[in-house]
Structures are given as structure tokens and as C-alpha cells.
Design a protein around this ligand. Structure first.
Ligand code: ATP
Ligand code: MG
Length: 362
């Protein structure tokens, strides 16, 4: 699987764009603000339905326009996604409408390496949850289904909070939440365990240092997680947690405990990396984690992968491409956005110049 053609209509700074790519991928070179990241973002949205920089769909529609369209051909299969300011989304595979994200997600696996990877270490728990969810959703459809079902029943429970004391209704939603929460937590724990192995290996390779880089799952529950071994034990914990927190949640007007509040802790020599490790060590940590997620996806699925490497050079941020490209070369189709590339890229990578609204291959 690789992206052969990309067409954009009213996407960010592109009124209209059509580009073809070789299996090796492409390098987008251009001045700041010309639209390099926008192209990577379009590819990410086409693959996953979401922006890699967490942008809302409305922000990706060209100013002054009502809707945006992205189309791509992937070795014999065509994918298209369109969205409008009134929040309508259309997804098509080979011209046929797709109704749910579970059918869309995971067919075109993608991993992005970007300027905001450090947010994984320093940012809020939501950033780390989004990373973990994005990773597992791309390798496991059951996880994606459980996540959607969990969010749906939580929205129903949240709508009752502070308005109803119908405990039978709460029981129904909490049962559904607990069932799906236990699946999410179980699968997250499995993925983290595997990711841990790869992370340690990459960290040692990249930093050449003796530190011990570790990942730890931190669910927002009162119980000690080492005592929880089966999916049924987790389910019971969530059932009790939800019913115990009903009155508190009613005051807060939201569900305060559950997998939607969990975190992933990054530890260096047993201490929290963000308050203990140096900036350089945290950067190597984030990069090792991303590379670890590539390996995890390679082990769990077949059929190629797309890598997006966004390299905005700044004094504080030594060029990423030089470290990332050699580690990804030959493992999938690579798209790199950079103002200046200092790396010798393989012959299979097409070079393009980006100017406002325009991408020209060299
Ligand atoms: N919704 C939108 N409609 C029109 N233009 C937009 C929209 N969103 C962003 N832009 C424009 O896109 C440009 C930024 O594009 P992008 O972030 O891809 O730049 P870049 O080439 O990656 O720059 P850098 O090298 O600084 O990272 C800006 O000029 C911005 O005004
Ligand atoms: Mg950019």
C-alpha cells in the first residue's frame, strides 16, 4: 500500500492541487508558511480522518470556503473524504459511501513525526491518550469499536448527570461503559507492554546512554492495578467506580473516572521524565516512542505504512530528518516537510518545491 496520487480542493492554503508520488515518497522543501505541513496534514486526514496536529475540521477548510475535499489513490483503491463547515463528513472508498470510522480507520496506516512530539512528554494526558488511541485503533478494530461504544454510552450518562436520578438508566449506561472500558484498558496495557520493549531498544540506540526509559500505564481509578488480572476484574472495578462516583460526577457534570481520563507515564530511571530528564533526553524519549509504535504496527499488520516527517528547523530543535530518515528508510512511503534538507535521501524519494498554493516536482 502506498499513496500514488493526492488531490486537494479548498484544503487549507490549497484551492486546488493534484500530485503523484512514487512508492518511496516525497520531500517537500519550501520557505516557512508556504504550505508544507498542510500537505502532510491532508495525507494524515485522508488516512485517519483526523489532523496529526489535532486541528478541528473547520480550521482545515480554506478561508472563505464552505467545504474541503481530499482524494487519494492507494494501489488500486481510491479513498476520498470531504467535510463542511456545518460539520457534515463524507467518506468514500472506491466511490462507495462509508458510514463509520471503524470501516475507514486502519486501512492506510500512518505514523507522523512532528515538531510537537515533545508534547507527548510535556503535554497534558490527553496528548498521550490520543497517541495511544491512534496507535491501537490502527491495528485493532475491536479497540476502535470499544472506544466508540464507550464514548457513546458516556455521552448518554453525562446527559443524565445532574438532571436525573433514575438509577436503572444509570445502571444501563454504566454497564455498557464498564464492559467497553475493560476492553480498552486491557488492550492498552498489552500494547504498552510491547511498546516498552521497543522503546528501551530505540532509546539505547538513539541516545547511546545507559538510562532506563520506561512506560507505565496510569489509570484514573482507586484500585492498585497490579491486583487486576482479568478483563472481568477490570469490568467490576469500573462498575463500582462509576456507581460510587455518581453524586460527585453530578456536581461536576461530567464522568470523572474511566479510560477517557487515564494517562501514560514516561519514566527515566524510575522518575517522571518531564520533571527529571533533560530536554535532549525527553526528545530522544519521544522519538523512541514513535519509532517503537512503528515497530509495533509492523509486527501486528501487513501491507506497508506511510510516514510523515515534519521538520521545522529551529535553534532549539536540531534537525529531525537527519535522525529519523535513516531509521525509517525502506520501511514504508515517507513524506518529509522541511525548509532545508541536509540529509542524503534515497533515490526513490521525489523532491518537490512548495510555494503558496503550489507543489512542483523537480
Ligand atoms: N484554513 C486555511 N485557509 C487558508 N489558508 C490557511 C488555512 N490554514 C492555514 N493556512 C495558511 O497556510 C500557511 C501555513 O502552512 P503550513 O503550516 O503548511 O506552512 P509550512 O510550509 O509548514 O511552514 P513552516 O516551514 O513554518 O512549518 C499559512 O500561510 C496559513 O495562513
Ligand atoms: Mg510546517
Amino acid at each position: 500500500m502506498f499513496l500514488q496520487t493526492l488531490s486537494l480542493l479548498n484544503f487549507r492554503s490549497y484551492p486546488s492541487l493534484s500530485v503523484s508520488f512514487p512508492p518511496g515518497g516525497a520531500l517537500f522543501e519550501g520557505l516557512n508558511g508556504t504550505g508544507k505541513t498542510n500537505v502532510l496534514e491532508a495525507i494524515h486526514v485522508l488516512c485517519t480522518g483526523r489532523s496529526q496536529r489535532g486541528a478541528a475540521r473547520g480550521d482545515m477548510i480554506m478561508h472563505g470556503q464552505d467545504s474541503a475535499f481530499i482524494e487519494g489513490e492507494f494501489c488500486g483503491s481510491a479513498a476520498a473524504i470531504g467535510f463542511s463547515r456545518d460539520k457534515k463528513v463524507v467518506m468514500k472508498r472506491d466511490g462507495v459511501d462509508i458510514r463509520s470510522y471503524s470501516e475507514w480507520f486502519g486501512e492506510r496506516p500512518v505514523v507522523s513525526f512532528g515538531t510537537n512530539d515533545l508534547d507527548l512528554v510535556y503535554g497534558p494526558p490527553e496528548t498521550r491518550r490520543r497517541f495511544l488511541d491512534m496507535l491501537i485503533c490502527q491495528i485493532d478494530r475491536a479497540y476502535l469499536a470499544a472506544l466508540a461504544a464507550y464514548r457513546k454510552s458516556m455521552a448518554c450518562r453525562n446527559a443524565l448527570l445532574g438532571k436525573s436520578s433514575d438509577s436503572a438508566l444509570f445502571d444501563i449506561y454504566e454497564q455498557a461503559m464498564a464492559e467497553n472500558a475493560s476492553i480498552l484498558v486491557f488492550k492498552r496495557s498489552e500494547a504498552i507492554e510491547e511498546l516498552q520493549k521497543y522503546l528501551s531498544g530505540y532509546y539505547a540506540e538513539i541516545s547511546g546512554e545507559g538510562e532506563n526509559a520506561m512506560l507505565e500505564y496510569a489509570p484514573k481509578i482507586k484500585q492498585k492495578i497490579s491486583n487486576l488480572n482479568t478483563i472481568y476484574e477490570w469490568q467490576n472495578v469500573y462498575l463500582n467506580t462509576l456507581s460510587e462516583s455518581r453524586s460527585r460526577d453530578a456536581e461536576l457534570m461530567f464522568t470523572s473516572r474511566g479510560p477517557h481520563r487515564d494517562d501514560l507515564r514516561f519514566l527515566m530511571n524510575g522518575r517522571l521524565a518531564k520533571s527529571y530528564a533533560s530536554q535532549g533526553q525527553c526528545r530522544s524519549f519521544a522519538l523512541s516512542l514513535k519509532l517503537g509504535s512503528v515497530l509495533l504496527m509492523e509486527r501486528r499488520r501487513e501491507g506497508g505504512m506511510i510516514f510523515l516527517v515534519d521538520d521545522a528547523v529551529s535553534e532549539l530543535d536540531p534537525e529531525r530528518t537527519s535522525r529519523v530518515y535513516p531509521l525509517l528508510e525502506g520501511r514504508g512511503q515517507i513524506f518529509i516537510a522541511t525548509p532545508r534538507c541536509h540529509v542524503k535521501l534515497g533515490d526513490g524519494v521525489m523532491k518537490c518545491v512548495v510555494e503558496p498554493g503550489k507543489v512542483t516536482s523537480l
